[in-house]
Design a binder for this molecule. Structure first.
Ligand SMILES: N[C@@H](CCC(=O)N[C@@H](CS)C(=O)NCC(=O)O)C(=O)O
Length: 284
């Protein structure tokens, strides 16, 4: 791997400046027009076309497009990788189902376009992006350890409901896995001495716990400090307050059983910039 994460980050600094200079006013105007034309979507069931937020110079379409619903779900880890590494991309937000069916390789989202490549499966997308940005681990041993923590992060997320009920079976399993993560946390990194996919995946899981159950990381001081430090990195801090970051929905907080499409109700208002700019698939 010859590229370092900083290669993309340097480009992102220039992009941020050009977007601020040329794009902010346009996006605000579009958001205002869109607002006037249609009420803000309150859930994923809103009847709207997909929208896009471009993280690249407005006149320079990026090679990479990530499509997912206007949800965190399986799209949030790829988004976090793109944001952390500074890869320029279009972030597409779908509402309802259907638009992607003709071209999504397995008929579902997320999908990632990277030049001529069209990739589905969230794990494959995350690994592709990690390889592209050289955060997949240095040697074979580190790559294997990155994969171990990637899987641990998935397991943690699968037991999210346990964060609200420590006495439940999921709660006990989750506590055991959090203790494992705490024991393996090397401060700012889980593998080696620089950021890898392992850190992004664990941040995604742990930061969500902290959001849906504030204080739940108190018994795990290393994990709590890791999340705080990761969130404070300029690229992540900016993202978390940007139009690209969507709120959680009721289905995602682990407090009640998943209730299908109606349960994807936003817990906070969607930012106007997230849904202001309509998007169509290439060639449509
Ligand atoms: N194993 C796939 C699962 C993809 C998946 O279940 N996608 C769901 C949303 S989370 C979807 O597209 N549902 C709508 C549909 O099937 O049309 C992955 O990890 O990407």
């Amino acid at each position: 791997c010859v590229l370092g994460p900083n290669t993309y980050m340097l480009r992102r600094v220039g992009i941020a400046a050009s977007v601020a200079a040329a794009g902010a006013a346009t996006l605000q105007r579009r958001a205002a027009e869109s607002h006037a034309a249609a009420p803000a979507p309150e859930s994923l069931a809103a009847q709207r076309p997909p929208s896009v937020v471009r993280v690249a110079p407005l006149d320079d379409p990026p090679d990479v497009t990530l499509e997912y619903f206007a949800l965190r779900g399986l799209g949030e880890l790829p988004r976090l990788i793109l944001e952390l590494t500074g890869i320029p991309y279009d972030s597409v937000y779908h509402f309802g189902t259907g638009v992607y069916k003709p071209y999504a390789p397995f008929g579902q989202l997320p999908v990632l376009r990277d030049g001529p490549l069209l990739i589905c499966e969230s794990g494959a997308i995350a690994r592709h992006l990690a390889r592209k940005a050289c955060i997949d681990g240095g040697d074979a041993a580190d790559k294997a350890r990155v994969d171990m923590f990637f899987e641990l992060a998935k397991d943690l997320t699968s037991k999210k409901s346990g964060i609200h009920d420590p006495a439940s079976a999921d709660g006990k399993r989750l506590a055991a896995m959090l203790a494992t993560a705490e024991a393996n946390c090397g401060g700012a990194h889980f593998v080696g001495s620089s950021t890898t996919l392992a850190d992004v995946a664990l941040f995604h899981a742990l930061h969500t716990f902290d959001e849906v159950a504030p204080g739940s990381l108190e018994p795990y001081p290393k994990l709590k400090a890791f999340v705080k430090k990761f969130a404070a990195q300029p690229a992540i801090a900016e993202y978390l307050h940007s139009d690209r970051r969507v709120p959680l929905t009721a289905n995602e907080d682990g407090k009640q059983p998943h209730s299908g499409l109606p349960g994807y109700k936003f817990k906070e208002p969607l930012r106007p910039g997230t849904y202001a700019t309509p998007w169509s698939p290439p060639g449509a």
